[in-house]
Design a protein around this ligand. Structure first.
Ligand code: BG6
Length: 504
């Protein structure tokens, strides 16, 4: 990660799927925020590509209206004009390499000439994943993927990258036929979150945590990605994916690997990713027997959240009435290496849960001998470090302290670091850092082919067993609850308990 570079390199960003949701909600607002902070050079332009035939002026008027909505308070008029001067659009059929891709080529040449941009291009594929290979191939066929005269060509792929091990391998193989791995940026937006990046700084920039970050001191780790939202308008996609595919091999495994990895020898992309990959390879594979005992799936039923009634998953739009797709998944992972032997990593994610919160809890072992006999057993505290990823980014250290009074009694207290309180509000979509990194050629926060495949390798056996034995008890948790009872039992059988925020 280069920390000294002030501006991105001169380049053109080409967005495929430019009239879609991601472009308006995340990509343009992120570019705007980058420009506002002075990270974009003047020799920069964006070309939107979509299926609709639109004039650039019409595309721009949509984008600028959306910027007002998604950037929030007070968009800067001068900056909007700056963007307008460098935003272009071309539309057509993505399957037709005769017309659309020729038009893109012509437009790229014109834009480079007009804005004095060397031919550095990056293509953002914000399209359905079925189009990744096809569109990339057409770009390549038209001579727009080859890196010549010191100019670079990079490709960013949105998730999901494959839907199981086999499809991920196939997609990697197809892309690697036309591109070099160093040109491929597989995005996982969790890595754009400040606190996720902070895990590395927290662990390796301080000397006090690392000595206790291992099996000698840590009892277990819990990672929760809980959402209050349901599937919203994405029923069609979600019903073919499910919670496991949607969240675990990508977002949750990023959190697991950053929490568990060994210190890298440097912060160069491959040094960091090699250490992450080692963790993925050390995660114990799930046998069919393990799937029955170490995994839990759930689907939300009716329920009440914030005094509103919500209906079950099976009644969501574009979801099959008898759907067996899980909206909740919990796993007990074992990492087979010296640092983590016998320290379980429990991970869970779900929709329509009681609260939106993403956090990593590192639970330490109990003190070896308890001196304070007057403290009721439920008040005896164990130490934990909680890394809050959202909604409130920060870190909490939980420990015991003497309660005031003549008797030595213990109570649990928290020492809190809150990002906003300390550093103030930073307006970010989470995509700024990732786009910027692609523009400077830093792939540290992107997934490598081997990592994607290793992640699918872990979850594919679970998917197979779940597919072979459909759940019989769905829906098995109420909307607005903390998920199915079996997930509590998964920890209870080990004498442990999930930490839900309400009991901070
Ligand atoms: C996406 C998933 O990748 O991440 C969604 O497809 C999920 O289902 C989203 O809601 C969660 O992202 P965040 O940043 O809100 O935690």
């Amino acid at each position: 990660m280069s920390q000294t570079q002030k501006k991105a390199e001169p380049c053109v960003m080409v967005i495929f799927g430019a009239t879609g949701d991601l472009t308006k909600r995340k990509l343009f607002p992120a570019l705007y925020n980058l420009a506002k902070q002075g990270f974009l050079p003047d020799n920069f332009a964006v070309i939107g590509v979509g299926r609709q035939e639109l004039e650039t002026a019409d595309f721009w008027s949509k984008i600028s209206a959306d910027l007002n909505e998604f950037v929030g308070a007070g968009v800067d008029k001068n900056l909007i004009k700056w963007f307008q001067d460098r935003t272009y659009y071309t539309g057509g059929d993505f399957d037709d390499d005769k017309k659309l891709f020729k038009d893109i080529k012509t437009l790229l040449a014109e834009v480079c000439e007009k804005h004095q941009i060397p031919e550095n291009f990056f293509y953002y594929l914000a399209t359905p994943p079925q189009l990744f290979a096809n569109v990339s191939e057409k770009i390549s066929k038209n001579g727009l993927a080859k890196q010549t005269n010191g100019n670079w060509r990079r490709f960013i792929y949105e998730k999901p990258f494959g839907r199981d091990l086999e499809s991920a391998r196939k997609l990697n193989a197809e892309l690697l036929k036309i591109l070099d791995e160093s040109q491929i940026y597989r995005i996982d937006h969790y890595l754009g979150k400040e606190t996720v990046q902070n895990i590395l700084v927290f662990r390796f920039g301080n000397s006090i945590f690392e000595p206790i970050w291992n099996r000698n001191y840590v009892d277990h780790v819990q990672i929760t990605v809980a959402e209050k939202l349901g599937v919203e308008s994405r029923g069609g996609y979600y019903d073919t994916a499910g919670a496991l595919r949607d969240m675990i091999p990508n977002h949750i495994f990023q959190l697991v690997t950053l929490t568990a990895m060994e210190p890298p020898v440097s912060f160069e992309a491959d040094a960091v990713r090699n250490e992450q990959a080692k963790i993925l390879h050390a995660i114990q594979p799930f046998s069919p027997e393990d799937v029955l005992h170490k995994t839990v799936r759930g689907q939300y039923g009716d329920g009440v959240m914030d005094e509103k009634t919500f209906t079950s998953y099976r009644r969501e739009e574009n979801v099959a009435a008898e759907s067996n797709t899980e909206t909740y998944a919990a796993l007990k992972l074992s990492i087979d290496n010296w640092r983590w032997a016998n320290v379980p990593f429990y991970v869970r994610t779900g929709k329509h849960l009681a609260e939106k919160h993403t956090e990593i809890v590192v639970q330490f072992k109990k003190a070896p001998f308890m001196l304070f006999r007057d403290t009721p057993i439920e008040r005896l505290t164990t130490n934990r470090i909680v890394i809050h990823i959202q909604p409130d980014e920060g870190i909490t250290l939980h420990f015991g302290a003497k309660t005031p009074g003549p008797i030595v009694n213990m109570g649990a207290v928290d020492m809190d670091f809150n990002y906003v309180e300390f550093f103030g509000e930073t307006i970010s979509t989470g995509y700024e850092r990732l786009l910027f990194d692609c523009m400077i050629g830093d792939a540290t926060l992107f997934q490598r082919a081997d990592m994607v495949e290793a992640s699918w390798g872990i979850v594919s056996p679970i998917l197979d067993v779940w597919h072979a034995i459909p759940a019989r008890d769905f829906p098995n948790y109420e909307s607005g609850s903390w998920g199915p009872a079996e997930a509590d039992a998964l920890l209870a059988q080990d004498g442990r308990k999930w930490k839900n925020t309400v009991e901070k």
